[in-house]
Design a protein around this ligand. Structure first.
Ligand code: FDP
Length: 329
């Protein structure tokens, strides 16, 4: 990491990447997200000492999952601040059944998973926040704004809360920077620009579902385990953390493929198109990778429901393409 005194901050980086006549809206969006993330990161790292943030709330969310206290807090902080920021016409959260209205005149909408990897909260394992920003196409902010394909996102990103809090953002056609949160100043500073990884060292999938996977997917996993990579690497090793953000981040940095496939008799998968699959698809595509349901390219798939679930195969291109090839048989 750079010397703090010469570090490039997130706001400096965004201002430098914008066209000269930009109005500064996007910079304000990033500053608002930075503020929320700093708050969340501080709460998470306090480990429940200063606030009672661990455990369950006793509620069940729209996804029929038990809500953890931190899930609820993260959702409240992000939704309340972003809805009142004047920067978004509408907000969609994985935790909420309906869209939350913002400022109808704003140009953007944001979909987010406020806290990804809930099952890892209470065991001090990496968790994250995922977001996807789209340009508003309706008059005042409605479902159609969210039902645009991943390739039409204006920005996708995630935060990983681990030994460091890191932010990765992708703007179409631009480099993918990785920022680190300086806990003293609450500013994200540029750590590095990520480089595409052609070769997959790892694959990540929950192998406990082996008996539920269809034969083509099982064959793909055997191929990953046994065949050398097309670029001369060894057969891939396995890593599964169980937080999408953490597994995806690891594969993005090291080279790998993450899969949460469909199962026999259940084509829909588990992960959510708007809050998880679309943002990861854009980030991976900006780094020469691919994201697919197995049947459709996730950059092109047009959402039809707010909480739509899809199979997600995302990572280095040859591995994703092999998956698609096996499913086509
Ligand atoms: P979690 O249920 O802990 O919130 O989207 C939710 C998610 O975690 C992803 O982060 C993770 O990749 C996946 O679900 C884990 O699901 P399995 O336990 O079924 O493997």
């Amino acid at each position: 990491m750079q010397e703090p005194i010469s570090a490039i901050t997130l706001s400096q980086h965004i201002v430098a990447s914008m066209p000269p006549r930009a109005r500064g809206v996007f910079t304000r969006i990033m500053m608002e997200l930075q503020y929320c993330v700093h708050m969340l990161s501080t709460m998470i790292k306090s480990g429940g000492l200063s606030d009672n943030i661990l455990g369950f709330t006793g509620e069940v969310n729209v996804q029929e999952e038990e809500v953890k206290t931190l899930d609820r807090l993260a959702n409240e902080i992000l939704v309340t601040r972003l809805a009142n920021s004047g920067l978004f016409a509408a907000i969609a959260s994985e935790e909420l059944e309906s869209i939350v209205p913002g400022s109808p005149e704003a140009d953007y909408v944001i979909a987010m998973d406020p806290l990804d990897g809930s099952s890892n909260i209470d065991v001090n394992v990496s968790i994250g926040t995922i977001f996807s920003i789209k340009r508003k196409i309706s008059a005042g902010g409605g479902p159609e704004d969210f039902f645009q394909p991943a390739k039409d996102q204006v920005c996708a990103g995630y935060v990983i809360y681990s030994s460091r809090t890191e932010l990765v953002i992708a703007l179409p056609g631009k480099e993918v920077p990785l920022f680190v949160l300086d806990p003293l100043t609450g500013q994200f500073v540029l750590d590095r620009v990520l480089q595409p990884r052609k070769d997959a060292k790892y694959y990540s999938l929950n192998e406990a579902y082996w008996d539920k996977l269809d034969e083509n997917v099982q064959e793909w996993v055997r191929w990953l385990r046994n065949e050398p990579t097309p670029f001369g690497g060894k057969a891939r090793s396995a890593r599964y953390i169980g937080s999408l953000v953490a597994d995806f981040h690891r594969n993005l940095l090291e080279g790998g493929v993450f899969a949460y496939p469909h199962q026999k008799g259940k084509k829909s998968g588990k992960l959510r198109l708007l809050y998880e699959a679309q943002p990861m698809a854009m980030i991976q595509s900006c780094l020469s990778g691919r994201a697919s349901t197995g049947w459709e390219d996730l950059m092109d798939l047009v959402p039809t429901e707010l909480h739509q679930r899809v199979p997600l195969i995302v990572g280095t291109s040859p591995e994703v393409e092999k998956y698609e090839e096996l499913l086509r048989r």
